[in-house]
Ligand binder design. Structure first.
Ligand code: NAD
Ligand code: GLY
Length: 366
């Protein structure tokens, strides 16, 4: 069956932008041209994605008369730091990039977050585009303008809101993605079902095998639906004054897992899956979910190829890491909890005894 491109928009007034989803988009420079402020781009990628897709994207843009430079960074979450960010600035200055030059992030969420942050800072702000090549980046990180780097004491703690001018999700790039990375992306897809779309959750349960087999139609549907959710939430609450925090289901625990285990040991999506099961356990202990609902969630994560049991960091390490979470207000932690499968809320009003029991349970089960 012929698969055509799907387009949706993120509605943010004068900073609105389209998200294009479909096969072969890296070859379609025409989609990018209307969003360039000058016929000049710098593509930021890494040593894994560069050899696969940099030449294709560069060639398409050059054929359309665009001057293309590039920066190739080392690959990995462990490199999402100041030093790597500085490598981008070195390249931009060395190449005499200008304020109207566009940065293009070609890669997964790590490249997207680094590139977006570099674009937010260079000459006090330059335009950038996202060309996400992982499922996680296509369903989540490329949309919404959260950019940044990790600090040894806390995940994503240094950064800026800076919206891209275009998201170009070429679904063909998912063909080369390792299975473990595909599963990591499914964690964020399942998240949308859990926090705001029970019908989508049921669709995921019915279609998980197709998604893991990389059925193109199923993947495009999942990416499109996920981006619709992300776009709606971001349009309503760009700077996370309220409902955007719901997108952090499982992330408070998950970020503690990522930092505690050493960045890169657990993939972000894996940490989110195990962290979401901790949030489910806390929700159950507070009388919000029943055991059958928790088990239904675990079954879906397992079928997605994801871990459902968090590692044994110890209660003190979890509490320490979670105390640096961006949702902390007035020194008090806040958690995204589930009211039911398909509805979440943010609460500072959690039961500390239930939280300790959840963390003790995680430690005991690891
Ligand atoms: P990643 O960027 O590390 O990519 C995963 C791996 O796949 C890397 O080794 C990468 O080089 C490789 N890869 C990428 N595309 C490939 C392809 N097409 N074929 C083969 N290999 C490919 O990880 P990720 O899961 O994409 O992103 C995780 C990051 O995103 C985390 O740092 C997380 O904090 C961040 N994130 C940000 C947001 C946001 O809103 N800004 C949201 C969610 C996650
Ligand atoms: N991934 C969480 C957010 O964009 O808000």
């Amino acid at each position: 069956m012929q698969t055509s491109m799907q387009t949706l928009g993120v509605d943010l007034g004068e900073r609105s932008y389209p998200i294009h989803i479909g096969p072969g988009l890296l070859d379609q420079a025409g989609l990018a041209l209307p969003h360039l402020r000058q016929r000049r781009v710098v593509i930021v990628t890494n040593t894994t994605v560069g050899p696969l897709y940099l030449e294709r994207l560069s060639q398409a843009l050059r054929s359309a008369g665009v001057q293309v430079d590039s920066v190739v960074l080392p690959d990995g979450e462990a490199y999402k730091n100041w030093q790597t960010l500085n490598t981008i600035f070195d390249a931009l200055l060395g190449q005499r990039a200008e304020r109207r030059t566009t940065l293009i992030a070609l890669g997964g969420g790590v490249i997207g977050d680094l590139t977006g942050f570099a674009a937010a800072c260079y000459q006090r702000g330059m335009p950038f585009m996202q060309a996400p090549t992982t499922l996680l980046a296509q369903v989540d990180s490329s949309v919404g303008g959260k950019t940044g780097i990790n600090h040894p004491l806390g995940k994503n703690m240094i950064g800026a809101f800076h919206q891209p001018s275009l998201v170009l999700a070429d679904t063909d790039t998912l063909d080369s993605l390792p299975d473990r990375e595909l599963s990591a992306g499914l964690a964020e897809v399942i998240k949308y079902g859990l926090i705001r779309d029970a019908d989508f959750l049921a669709w995921l349960e019915a279609n998980m095998d197709r998604l893991r087999a990389r059925d193109t139609q199923a993947l495009i549907h999942a990416i499109h639906r996920s981006c619709q959710h992300k776009a709606e939430v971001v349009a309503a609450d760009e700077r996370e004054a309220g409902q955007r925090a719901l997108l952090n289901l499982g992330h408070t625990f998950g970020h503690a897992i990522e930092a505690g285990m050493g960045y890169g040991a657990w993939l972000h999506g894996e940490a989110v899956a195990a962290g979401t099961m901790l949030a489910a356990d806390l929700s159950r202990r507070m009388g919000l979910l029943d055991q059958a609902q928790v088990e239904r969630m675990a079954e879906l994560f397992r079928r997605a190829g994801l871990p459902t049991v968090a590692p044994d960091l110890g209660e003190a390490a979890y509490m320490g890491a979670m105390g640096i979470d961006k949702k902390v207000e007035g020194g008090r932690m806040r958690f995204v909890l589930l009211k039911r499968l398909g509805e979440a809320f943010v609460s500072a009003d959690y039961d500390p005894a239930a939280l300790r029991a959840t963390l003790a349970g995680a430690v005991a089960r690891a």
